[in-house]
Write a protein that binds this ligand. Structure first.
Ligand SMILES: Cc1cc2nc3c(=O)[nH]c(=O)nc-3n(C[C@H](O)[C@H](O)[C@H](O)COP(=O)(O)OP(=O)(O)OC[C@H]3O[C@@H](n4cnc5c(N)ncnc54)[C@H](O)[C@@H]3O)c2cc1C
Length: 389
């Protein structure tokens, strides 16, 4: 059983503790699912999570509007990731895919949310392009206004849920200004003419992923989310909510790796005694536990700060994501080492964690990009202070 003592930290309310307990019980019964057919597994997970109410926190409840509760998102991601990486993915994408609608959508656009929260509709977030991943300001896809329509032309790549999504939130250049200030966001249902799956992409920890082509895709002007030129601000606001949750997923993977390692070193005998008696092994376990707790502190600090009403948590979310994902990689690597040959055996839990964790250090802003974000935030604050003095 994983360490749940963090739930008594002051970041949480009783409703979070109850949620964690109920979700833990649900996971024990429902996860992991068979990953053999990853599209089918993902559809099954979205349907199951929706049926049992777990997707409700991923998007705005239009009958009872309020801010998204980032602590709930993080606890859910951490718990799901500990049991099944694909379940975490299915949950997370319902939130990331609809974040722009929750935060900036019109009432008409927000009608989609009841369906995504119920697991009846699958969503996706389409920002990255072949020549602009980290460099979002360089987005090339165009959206040209033509009377009451926009015509979208270009490509998006690395789009999670690409191939199984029912709706895409797409970012394209509308040209109000050069660079980041000339982008806008659009809601594009999958069955829109001209939207195609150019390629399905396979990665080391399989999940639905695709390159999308937009060949003169015509959407009504009412598909615009927010105002023309607001696309970059919308994308960053969505990431401001969901970036800490990537850290939470990494934390779930790391916690599982630690848990598996503790059991392994207690059971496995080397040189006539349990491995746990070797001091160097104890050193590894201590390092892993330290990284897990430090990551949890940063993740839940970011989530709590946002929930307390901070307009932006750019610095906190970047620190949480950077630290939790990088440290989870180290924790999992130590777990593989402690498992010896079994650690690299296909199908072993620590082998799959080793593959699962890697992409989290790349998407939603690579680790290097998070360092740039943190440095700018920290130096910006220092500069402002100097200016004020
Ligand atoms: C599994 C997976 C799922 C994804 N899902 C989605 C999705 O659903 N929607 C979506 O829009 N995108 C998605 N992405 C895309 C992801 O956001 C991009 O891959 C990421 O932003 C990096 O962009 P890139 O691949 O073009 O790499 P590049 O931008 O070419 O960057 C390559 C490397 O350069 C380094 N680097 C970049 N910028 C800097 C800098 N300023 N300073 C120093 N070093 C730097 C980093 O190490 C980075 O990893 C996904 C990617 C993966 C792998």
């Amino acid at each position: 059983m994983a360490d749940r003592s963090f739930l008594s930290w002051p970041f949480f309310e009783d409703r979070h503790r109850e949620l964690a307990e109920r979700l833990e019980a649900w996971c024990a019964i429902n996860l992991p699912v068979d990953h053999h057919d990853v599209d089918a597994a993902c559809r099954e997970l979205v349907a199951k999570l929706g049926r049992d109410g777990w997707l409700k926190p991923t998007a705005l409840d239009t009958d009872n509007p309020g801010p998204l509760d980032v602590r709930t998102l993080c606890i859910t991601r951490e718990t799901l990731a500990r049991h099944d990486g694909l379940a975490d993915f299915a949950f997370a994408m319902q939130g990331l895919g609809t974040g722009a609608l929750s935060l900036f959508g019109t009432p008409d656009q927000q009608q989609w949310l009841a369906k995504t929260r119920a697991g009846k509709t699958i969503s996706a977030f389409a920002l990255s392009e072949p020549r602009s991943g980290s460099d979002v300001a360089n987005t090339e896809m165009t959206a040209i206004r033509n009377d009451d329509f926009y015509i979208l032309t270009g490509e998006k790549t690395w789009i999670s849920n690409g191939g199984i999504a029912d709706l895409y939130v797409v970012f394209a250049r509308t040209g109000e200004a050069p660079g980041a200030k000339g982008l806008s966001a659009f809601l594009v249902p999958t069955d829109t003419k001209g939207l195609g799956i150019a390629e399905r992409l396979e990665v080391i920890a399989p999940h639905p992923l695709a390159r999308l082509s937009f060949d003169q895709v015509r959407v009504p002007a009412s598909a615009l989310i927010g105002k023309p030129g607001d696309g970059f601000r919308i994308a960053m606001s969505v990431l401001d909510v969901f970036r800490s949750t990537v850290g939470a997923a990494a934390l779930g993977f790391a916690r599982r790796a630690l848990e598996e390692s503790i059991s392994r070193v207690a059971e496995r005998k080397l040189f006539g005694a349990p491995m746990a008696e070797l001091q160097m092994v104890q050193g590894h376990i201590a390092d892993m536990a330290l990284d897990v707790d430090a990551a949890a502190l940063l993740v839940y600090r970011a989530a709590w700060t946002k929930d307390m009403g901070a307009a932006r948590v750019t610095r906190e979310a970047a620190m949480a994501k950077l630290f939790a994902t990088d440290k989870a990689q180290e924790v999992i690597d130590k777990a593989v080492q402690l498992h010896g040959g079994d650690g690299v055996r296909k199908g072993h839990i620590v082998e799959s964690l080793y593959r699962e964790i890697r992409a989290l250090r790349i998407y939603e802003g690579a680790s290097d990009v998070q360092k740039v974000v943190i440095a700018r935030q920290v130096m910006g604050a220092a500069w402002t202070a100097m200016y004020l003095i």
